[in-house]
Design a protein around this ligand. Structure first.
Ligand code: DC
Length: 212
């Protein structure tokens, strides 16, 4: 079974993906990390983020061993990832890695922006996670503070809005819910509540109660 979880920045889709994968014994891929790793490779090399040739080369040389690098979680790298991810050839170079991950047994949860629409359009379950931008900004700020980073909630909100705008309006694989995705609004849910709703959605599909 493939579970596709899409949604905007800081919507909680990553945590949800990880928890769902754990619940079902599936493997989990946070696809945002892939774009962040490409962006970080360019930043490290001092290259321009719009340098298509270098960005594609970085995408083709991707090293999953580096996905755990904590620098990938920073706002600076997230912003840069939003820029490089708008380059169609970068996205193209990353498709087969993601599809291969999804296809390997016993099942997989992938979270990102275009999993249900482009990467795994045949996923058995598609969930589109949304949350009020102010709630997302508050959560992201608290997470940053907990990591010991300096974070200003108003600046985090501005960054989230800018990133939403860029991710929704790019020409290739924009952030949009697949027509057969189930919407999960977690503005007023804590992590446990969101996980419960997501499990209910998966169980409904497994029971054949709905095709999502
Ligand atoms: O989910 P995230 O914040 O880690 O993603 C960082 C950026 O990567 C995001 O702004 C857009 C891009 N991204 C994408 O274009 N497609 C994906 N499947 C995942 C992330």
């Amino acid at each position: 079974m493939i579970i596709a979880i899409d949604g905007p920045a800081a919507s909680g889709k990553g945590t949800l993906g990880k928890r769902l994968a754990h619940h079902y014994g599936f493997r989990h891929l946070d696809t945002g990390v892939i774009y962040r790793a490409v962006a970080q490779a360019l930043l490290e090399a001092g290259a321009d983020l719009s340098d298509e040739v270098r960005a594609v080369a970085a995408a083709m040389e991707l090293d999953p061993e580096k996905f755990g690098n904590p620098v990938l979680k920073t706002q600076k790298v997230g912003d840069a990832a939003s820029v490089v991810s708008a380059i169609p050839k970068v996205r193209e170079a990353l498709i087969s890695f993601q599809r291969q991950f999804a296809a390997d047994p016993p099942g997989a949860v992938l979270d990102g922006r275009d999993i249900g629409t482009v990467i795994c359009p045949n996923a058995e379950v598609k969930i589109f996670v949304v949350a009020d931008p102010h709630v997302r900004a508050r959560r992201r700020t608290l997470e940053a503070l907990a990591r010991g980073e300096i974070a200003d909630e108003a600046a985090v909100l501005a960054d989230i809005l800018k990133r939403d705008e860029r991710d929704k309006n790019r020409a290739t694989a924009p952030l949009i819910a697949a027509p057969d995705a189930v919407l999960l609004d977690n503005s007023h849910l804590d992590i446990e509540g969101g996980v419960r709703v997501a499990i209910d959605i998966v169980e409904a599909v497994r029971a054949g109660r709905s095709r999502v």
